[in-house]
Design a binder for this molecule. Structure first.
Ligand code: ADP
Length: 561
């Protein structure tokens, strides 16, 4: 009988965040973490080496708070250096970093904290008033640690609160007395993030050291986020949402600078931060890029030129947004797709820029068609499309099905919740996203299954209609929802935000769509709204739009005659 011949490599070397932590202090010389201060103008800087020493102190301090392996430690914080320190100290002592989305509804936060059984919550001083209201509803939280300059009164709003800097000071060790981190298993849990819970209760995704290590490694790949030691990374995507797409861990691994905007996510402070700090790479959702673009239009001379590479995702990235940034500001935005359950990045759109003959493709329509897709699966991510009958849908660029994924940073089930186990039953995760995949492996999302519009037994892609509408120069934002219809069962209703002083009206927009989408997709009705409501992570909140429609509260409705 033949026997397996084992390789003779150090295969037991664990893929843990402790490796990333060690790099901060050992080989990231010159790299820094920059945080925007509350005044939205000045910054606080620390080298990776300084941060690494503070992480040691924090790790020791967590022990004094009684935190043990497997315990959940919550954070209620924006993107800042202290949050970054927690990203390492908590998992590296074997505990679990539970990042709480500060924008969730109060009942959801109560549910999440109690479900995760958080023992301690680290909270930004600016968020204390928000958390203090909820503290009485938390069953397992023993103490709070307040981060920032706040002393006295505000911190007193929380029971058993301690200032972060005091905690670290107390844990100041004698220089000879290095903190001994425990040996970790790469399969042990490192962090926990709940999905925003668009249906039912929020679900916890429990990342392992191994999954985060591998995912961060791929952020350094040129076919992915492509970050390197040469970069100054501006992480605008919140650190409370899916580990800020892996950017903080990627920065530690690469030895890149990390620039954190704290709570300042509005275009003006962001633009100022970009001008002063000159980041080369930035990650955020399309709505933030859209805001920045409008701001830049109103402020000619704004210098965004340091940015050469940007990662965008979370919802479909309009082609026009990418083109406008590229043509007007030389900023290249690349689209990624993923979800909390996939850590999150699973596909990335970086088409080939050269033809086999050596010519460039950058100005070809074909190249832009590819750029506008959600891209190809990253290394180690496998993807397939499931049809209605459960069979596999071919990759022909047209036929659509539900995306199923598997890979080392894809969830295998939810934390302490079996209510959706069927999503994981086959060893592939059913994502709820509908897409077509072309022969090159490019994924083109056409909808989320809950947003799809079923008209006369066929599907209309709300994402495609939105993209086409947003390619009209007068349209700032567009969200398309299903409107109940007696004859067709559902018809598309387009909620549109027009640019100020725009001349376009419903007939003009229908004309614009004609020829770009199938005739039977043309909308029956528009709603000209002042703003599209957004979810806690900045996506169009179609659930709310549907509710407004059902309650007769949707403003600006104009039927297409
Ligand atoms: P939630 O499910 O609470 O919205 P996630 O952030 O996990 O939270 O959202 C993941 C979903 O976002 C995906 O399932 C997909 O529908 C959507 N999404 C993410 N990136 C893209 C993209 N590039 N294009 C279209 N949809 C996207």
């Amino acid at each position: 009988m033949s026997q397996m011949l084992r390789g003779l490599m150090q295969d037991d070397f664990p893929l843990t965040l402790d490796h990333l932590r060690r790099r901060l202090g050992s080989c990231n010389e010159g790299a820094e973490v920059v945080t925007l201060n509350p005044d939205a103008t000045s910054v606080c800087r620390a080298s990776h080496a300084e941060v690494s020493q503070r992480i040691d102190r924090l790790a020791r301090a967590l022990g004094t708070l009684g935190i043990q392996q497997g315990d959940r430690v919550g954070t209620f914080a924006w993107n800042n250096q202290r949050h970054f320190e927690l990203y390492f100290a908590v998992p590296c002592i074997g505990a679990v970093l539970h990042t709480l989305n500060v924008r969730l509804f109060q009942e959801q936060l109560t549910y999440i904290v109690n479900h995760a059984e958080d023992r301690v919550i680290f909270v930004d001083d600016s968020l204390v008033p928000l958390l203090a209201k909820l503290a009485p509803t938390f069953n397992t939280v023993e103490r709070y640690v307040v981060m920032g300059e706040m002393q006295g009164e505000e911190a007193d709003e929380l029971p058993n609160a301690l200032p972060y800097e005091q905690l670290l000071e107390r844990a100041q060790a004698n220089p000879d007395d290095a903190f001994e981190y425990p040996q970790l298993d790469e399969r042990q849990a490192a962090s926990l993030c709940y999905t925003s819970g668009t249906t039912g209760n929020p679900k916890g995704v429990l990342y392992s050291h191994r999954s985060i290590s591998l995912h961060s490694t791929v952020t350094l790949s040129k076919d992915g986020t492509g970050l390197s030691r040469a970069d100054r990374i501006l992480a605008v995507v919140p650190m409370f949402h899916v580990n800020a797409w892996g950017l903080p861990y990627g920065a530690a691994l690469a030895g890149a600078d990390l620039i954190l905007p704290d709570r300042h996510l509005q275009p003006e402070p962001l633009a100022g931060l970009i001008e002063r700090e000159r980041p080369t790479l930035m990650g955020c959702v399309p709505t933030i890029f859209q805001g920045l673009l409008s701001y830049a239009e109103a402020h000619p001379g704004l210098d965004l030129s340091s940015l050469t590479n940007a990662a965008c995702g979370g919802s479909a990235v309009p082609r026009r947004l990418m083109k406008d940034f590229e043509e007007r500001h030389d900023v290249r935005i690349f689209q990624a797709w993923g979800m909390t359950e996939t850590s999150p990045v699973a596909t990335y759109s970086r088409p080939r820029e050269r033809t086999p003959g050596g010519g460039t493709r950058e100005h070809d329509d074909d190249y832009w068609d590819e750029r506008a897709t959600q891209g190809r699966p990253l290394p180690w991510v496998e993807l397939r499309l499931a049809g209605d009958d459960g069979g596999e849908v071919p990759w022909d660029g047209t036929a659509t099905g539900e995306i199923e994924v598997r890979g080392p940073w894809v969830a295998s089930r939810y934390f302490a919740d079996s209510s959706e186990d069927e999503k994981f039953a086959t060893g592939w995760l059913r994502t709820g996203d509908i897409a077509a995949v072309d022969e090159r492996g490019n994924v083109r999302i056409t909808d989320r299954s809950k947003d799809v519009i079923k008209s006369g037994g066929e599907w209309i892609s709300s994402v495609e209609l939105e993209n086409e509408l947003m390619s009209h120069p007068d349209v700032v934002e567009a969200a398309v929802i299903a409107k109940p219809d007696e004859r067709w069962s559902e018809r598309p209703l387009c909620c549109v935000v027009l640019r100020e002083h725009a001349g376009a009206d419903a007939p003009a927009l229908v004309e614009h769509l004609r020829g770009r989408v199938a005739k039977w997709w043309l909308p029956d009705e528009f709603a000209f709204v002042s703003e599209i409501p957004k979810t806690s992570v900045g996506k169009f909140d179609k659930k709310l739009l549907r509710a407004r429609l059902a309650e007769g509260k949707l403003e600006g409705r104009v039927p297409v005659s």
